[in-house]
Design a protein around this ligand. Structure first.
Ligand code: ATP
Ligand code: MG
Length: 608
């Protein structure tokens, strides 16, 4: 391809809309253009990258025996109602774009395809003899993300590879899950990515085991926690750890009453309280008030007790609230802080925020109009384990010192793991090790779904004993467009992108320094032709620009090898420059192919 025909528009400066290096570079180098928030045009150069990524994905999945298919993006609401996900995906913070057709029937634009494929599988797969089956597709997905950002990283329209497997037994599902794990590792390695597998939360999709693949990069939205020996790695959403030991409270639990009242004027935060009185945060219990909203309209106030030094893990809390309430109230739509303003609006008497204790009575909810008038009370284990602690007295400017769980204060509520594991915490599997933090970009996610969807959508098969049972399912996603940008995040320098050869839009760029020089132009044309004949993907920068401009663009574009045809052309000499690392060497034009070909062939397979 000739650069003059490429519709190439490069930008010298960083566009204001981009924050992270990969987003800036893809815009500057003319790979993508923003059409609207979270909606991008993939320009021809990026389309080549996406096709290469897709080809690697196809090769590796086909090798596992998976079958490629293509499912509709318009999905009837009815299927999502049967799985119980319509409300969660369309109301509250739901991310499904949805619409009505001319007959008034509701449809959603596919954010994912469990419903559609499970209904099909229920129709087509009748007997254990047809199993297992693994189907995949590479397709545009739609998600009305709350915060679309970072270009292709979090788009509202993006390309995903999604696969769904069906099995007659859980063991068989585990076998395919393990094979997909291996295929994913090969896919990411071949695309030139350094990716780590981490334990993940199963989130809205449901099911049991799940693992994410994270490309480690500063700009990653996810925090991952790993042990130094590498035997434990988890997304912080899901990570477990041992909390630091609590410092015993001098004097222990007070003999009578619920603790001694202590005047704490204006000391409404743990920091202020501890600063003023010399307490350690591990000696305190803090109380958070939140409000959970459900599909059936129920609004449940939550009272959460945590040790003062700990942070709440929102994902663990949402999972706990779902487990406790969804049978009665349907899908959990969201959890938000219960604020003084919201409380007043709903008709409550003022609540002494900043001075709350776990014994806050349900009576404070008496005036509530739309909320339940009883708290759902939960405690994190770190708070539940304290024999004596400092907590708010439920009256302004007062705390209790030496309070303890029991009749005098209140009994300890249901105890769960609700705290966020932190870097520096001791590991559960080996307390001599601590957790280290890294940032990651989630490029893939594999799940053992079990029978959640097949049971809901009545997708059954007849087993060997002649009995009908729901299919066992797994699902497996890769963010193809996110992966392409993640590759740029890991492979760039101050001058631009340095594509891994396996997914580069072109492998070589031939740059005549001066196209007006007949010898240079002719040699460049000849080499360009020879390189292509050898099956190497080449660009020819045939523009009449100055050499410096063309070199800058070549660096920005990130084509792995640049062949410069300059003054040496007269003697049959060219310069070969490797983009990553910038290594240069002069060689005879006649030796060019013999030098390039073996290197490129090895690099194409991802053997960098
Ligand atoms: P995230 O936690 O980043 O929102 P997710 O858990 O919703 O992702 P999945 O439903 O597991 O994602 O989707 C499979 C893959 O699709 C993800 O691993 C990710 O690589 C990609 N992906 C998800 N959402 C987006 C998006 N908005 N833009 C681009 N890629 C995405
Ligand atoms: Mg995920």
């Amino acid at each position: 391809m000739r650069v003059s025909r490429l519709m190439l528009v490069t930008l010298r400066d960083d566009p204001a809309e981009a924050e992270i290096p990969s987003h800036k570079l893809l815009l500057r180098a003319g790979y993508i253009r923003r059409v609207s928030s979270g909606i991008y045009a993939y320009l021809p150069l990026l389309w080549r990258v996406l096709q290469k990524v897709s080809a690697v994905v196809r090769e590796e999945l086909n090798a596992t025996g998976a079958l490629e298919t293509l499912l509709p993006q318009l999905q009837p609401a009815e299927l999502w109602q049967r799985s119980g996900r319509w409300a969660g995906y369309t109301a509250g913070e739901g991310i499904m774009f949805h619409l009505e057709d001319r007959q008034g029937r509701e449809l959603g634009l596919g954010p994912t395809h469990e419903e559609v494929i499970t209904a099909l599988a229920g129709d087509l797969l009748r007997s254990y003899r047809q199993l297992p089956v693994n189907l995949y597709q590479i397709q545009t997905k739609f998600r009305d993300e709350i915060r679309p950002r970072f270009g292709l990283m979090r788009g509202r329209e993006f390309i995903m590879k999604d696969a769904y497997s069906f099995h007659a037994s859980e063991e068989c599902l585990k076998g395919t899950y393990a094979a997909m794990d291996q295929a994913y590792r090969r896919i990411f390695a071949r695309c030139g990515l350094r990716a780590v597998a981490v334990e993940a939360d199963s989130g809205a999709i449901g099911g049991s085991a799940s693992q994410e693949f994270m490309v480690t990069a500063e700009a990653g939205e996810d925090l991952i926690l790993t042990s130094a020996d590498g035997s434990y790695a988890a997304n912080q959403e899901r990570a477990v750890s041992l909390a630091p030991e609590a410092m015993p409270l001098p004097g222990g639990p007070r003999a009578v009453g619920a603790g001694e009242a202590l005047a704490t004027p204006g000391q409404s935060s743990i920091g202020e309280l501890c600063g003023a009185h010399g307490f350690d945060p591990t000696q305190t219990v803090k109380v958070l008030l939140l409000l959970a909203r459900f599909e059936d309209g129920a609004q449940q106030p939550l009272l959460i007790a945590l040790r003062g030094d700990q942070q709440l893990n929102d994902v663990k809390l949402a999972n706990a609230v779902t487990a406790l309430c969804s049978e009665e109230h349907g899908t959990l739509l969201d959890i938000s802080p219960l604020t003084a303003e919201a409380a007043a609006k709903d008709g409550l008497e003022p609540i002494p925020f900043g001075f709350l204790g776990p014994h806050l009575a349900d009576g404070v909810l008496d005036g509530a109009r739309s909320w339940k008038q009883r708290f759902l009370r939960l405690a994190d284990a770190t708070a539940a384990e304290l024999p004596a602690f400092v907590c708010g007295a439920n009256s302004l400017d007062t705390h209790l010192v030496g309070a303890g769980w029991g009749e005098a204060l209140c009994s300890c509520p249901q105890t769960l793991d609700l705290r966020a594991a932190q870097p520096g915490d001791r590991c559960q599997h080996d307390p001599s090790q601590t957790l280290e933090a890294a940032r990651g970009i989630e490029v893939g996610h594999i799940f053992q779904l079990g029978r959640k969807y097949s049971a809901a959508l009545e997708a059954t098969f007849t087993n060997e004993a002649g009995v009908d049972e729901p299919l066992w399912m797994g699902c497996y996603g890769i963010g193809v467009s996110r992966l392409a940008q993640a590759a740029v995040e890991q492979h760039h320098d101050a001058n631009g992108i340095c594509w891994p050869v396996s997914i580069a839009p072109f492998e070589v760029i031939v740059v005549p320094a001066n196209v007006a020089d007949a010898q240079q132009a002719e040699l460049a044309e000849r080499l360009y032709g020879e390189i292509q004949c050898a099956g190497i993907e080449a660009l020819l920068d045939d523009r009449g620009e100055r050499a410096g401009v063309k070199f800058k663009d070549a660096d920005l574009l990130g084509i792995p090898w640049r062949v410069v045809v300059g003054r040496g052309a007269a003697d049959g000499q060219v310069e070969l420059v490797e983009r990553a690392g910038g290594q240069k060497r002069d060689l005879a034009a006649s030796e060019l192919l013999a030098t390039l070909q073996p290197t490129i062939e090895a690099a194409r397979r991802g053997l960098l």
